[in-house]
Design a protein around this ligand. Structure first.
Ligand SMILES: Cc1cc2nc3c(=O)[nH]c(=O)nc-3n(C[C@H](O)[C@H](O)[C@H](O)COP(=O)(O)OP(=O)(O)OC[C@H]3O[C@@H](n4cnc5c(N)ncnc54)[C@H](O)[C@@H]3O)c2cc1C
Ligand code: SF4
Length: 532
């Protein structure tokens, strides 16, 4: 048996890294188990000319397509939105686009404001110091003064607007709608050992330059210097419980497939909104027959993605093409509830650049814009470097029938039952997507696009995995309390996106990490009487 530790963290992604770094200053013995490995920057597709092709292969965003040793299969046949992720040190931040908005103050109070779902047990002012600390740790580029948010400081200068930002920004000015430089997790100047962004523009294929703030570059080196032990290629099967009903540690398989038990005083789950309920549901015992921390029956329920709409147009003049971070500006014009729109809550537009050469060719052929034979090359030239548009990221409401459960037959390489996703697009989301497409077309027309296409919901866009172990004060209606501790098991915590009560209409990682830092601080403040 392994030597007992004070804190066992499971998952080394966005939240696992933040909680490990924060707890490191207690000098407790901390071990993190991560099923994936470190990713070397020399291995990123962006080093080679086949960077686009590899995004359909070993660097696909889909674990079911990638099938690397670190991946586990996910049955998402019963969902119009498919799960995408990355398993390894850094988790999803290895592949993420680095778009880094915070939830808005209103997102924490939707029951009070709009009579839907539930209010969060924490609010924006409580999290504000942790948002700010996380912005410094990750090195966030932004432009202070965004009227859509309470005041906040900029850590690094914003990304350049480029031709795309300028073209779409002018259109927004014509319409009189809000837009602003996006908060982005890209170093716009050299920062804390990270080289500045050189606009390679392959962020979702990993950033070989090291400019994008993935947690293998931000939190982890500092946590490891403070003696946190990060054990890679260790896949957790289940959390053990002792005779008092407390978490006793975790059963895991090492790189050679050998089973171990790691005993611990405190267990912290940071495996994201699919990986965390999977482990809890796999942790069945006489005392917890329906899975650990599941007396409410809510583990795995209320799964929220963010349904996405994509609206893209082609322009006569060349734009920036695909180079540079994909998203440089945003609009929060349609974020808050407006009863006249026919849906509650709202969405963010992320304005996006063009597509790479191969994807331009593939979509051009698939949509009939590029013919074979005469005119083939001319048609391609009319598309390449001439497209821009936006995606709308829509607030997804929590609905108990949207679930992560255990698949009855599908298993991973270690024989551990795999997750199964059951998800239906809600009527509110459907109306919101329609609205977002209609307004997006208006924006692109105002910008001078000659040809516009849209798609909603985007099928391969299940990158935000939220709500499956929600936080709350009432043990009957939530899995963890207001500081991330399981209502049922007092030394068990959850810090990833599973704890979200509602999804907001923005990308979640900034808020996930702020919550992880907040939970770590709550643990530190209560160390002397943590389990009273
Ligand atoms: C292509 C893509 C683009 C994205 N773009 C954005 C964006 O622009 N902005 C944004 O805010 N978010 C974005 N995201 C989402 C973002 O990556 C996630 O919100 C974030 O990483 C979630 O953090 P987490 O700590 O909850 O989980 P993760 O970062 O997913 O980390 C979970 C870790 O747990 C490990 N794990 C899981 N199960 C086990 C187990 N049984 N044993 C051991 N280890 C385990 C996994 O290997 C993984 O490393 C994107 C994601 C993808 C895939
Ligand atoms: S655009 Fe910048 S952040 Fe993105 S991959 Fe290139 S260097 Fe990295």
């Amino acid at each position: 048996m392994n030597t007992p530790v004070d804190v066992l963290i499971i998952g080394a992604g966005a939240s696992g890294a933040a909680v490990a770094w924060s707890l490191a200053d207690t000098r407790m013995r901390i071990v993190c188990l991560e099923q994936g490995d470190w990713v070397k920057s020399t291995e990123f597709p962006s080093n080679g000319r086949d960077w686009e092709a590899r995004q359909f292969d070993d660097f696909s965003t889909s674990p079911n397509r990638r099938r690397n040793a670190a991946d586990y299969p996910i049955n998402d046949d019963d969902s119009p939105i498919k799960v995408v992720n990355f398993n390894g040190v850094g988790g999803g931040t290895i592949l993420y686009a680095g778009h880094f908005p915070r939830l808005h103050p209103s997102d924490f109070r939707v029951r009070t404001l709009d009579g839907i779902a539930d209010d969060w047990p924490v609010d924006y002012p409580t999290l504000e110091p942790w948002f700010a600390l996380n912005d410094r740790m990750m090195g966030i580029a932004s432009l202070a003064g965004d009227p859509a948010y309470p005041p906040k400081d900029a850590v690094l200068p914003p990304l350049p607007l480029g031709r795309t930002g300028t073209t779409l920004g002018r259109a927004m000015n014509r319409l009189g709608w809000h837009w602003w430089a996006a908060d982005s997790a890209m170093a716009t100047r050299d920062y804390e050992g990270r080289a500045r962004c050189i606009n390679l523009g392959h962020c979702i294929a990993g950033c070989a330059q090291g400019a994008k703030a993935s947690t293998d570059l931000t939190y982890w080196p500092q946590a490891i210097r403070q003696r946190v032990e990060l054990r890679t290629r260790c896949r957790v099967r289940e959390i053990g419980v002792d005779e008092r009903g407390m978490a006793s540690g975790a059963v895991y398989f090492d790189a050679d497939g050998v089973e171990h038990f790691q005993p611990a005083e405190i267990v912290i789950l940071a495996c994201n909104g699919v990986g965390t309920p999977r482990i809890l549901l796999n942790s069945v015992s006489g005392r917890f027959p329906n899975g650990l921390a599941n007396s409410s029956g809510l583990v795995g329920r209320n799964l929220m993605f963010h349904p996405y709409a994509s609206i893209r147009g082609w322009f006569d003049d060349p734009l920036d093409g695909h180079r540079g971070p994909h998203i440089g500006t945003w609009s929060q014009q349609f974020y808050e509830t407006d009863g006249s729109r026919g849906f509650v809550r709202g969405y963010t537009y992320q304005f996006v650049r063009g597509q790479g050469p191969v994807v331009t060719a593939m979509t051009g052929m698939a949509t009939g814009r590029i013919p074979w034979g005469d005119g083939h090359h001319d048609a391609y030239r009319q598309l390449f470097d001439r497209s821009a548009g936006m995606v709308a990221i829509c607030e997804d409401l929590p609905e108990e029938h949207n679930t992560v459960t255990l698949d009855p037959s599908l298993k991973d390489a270690h024989g551990i039952p795999a997750p199964k996703i059951t998800y239906r697009l809600g009527e509110n989301s459907r109306r919101m997507l329609e609205h977002a497409v209609a307004r997006g077309v208006e924006i692109l027309r105002a910008a001078g696009a000659r040809d516009i296409v849209s798609e909603a919901p985007l099928p391969n866009a299940g990158w935000h995995l939220l709500g499956t172990a929600r936080m709350g004060r009432d043990p009957a209606r939530s899995v963890v309390n207001e500081w991330g501790r399981s209502h049922d098991v007092k030394n068990l915590f959850v810090v990833d996106g599973s704890v979200f009560v509602t999804s907001g209409g923005v990308n979640p990682t900034s808020t996930i990490q702020a919550l992880a830092l907040y939970v770590a601080d709550c643990i530190k403040q209560r160390l002397s009487n943590l389990f009273d």
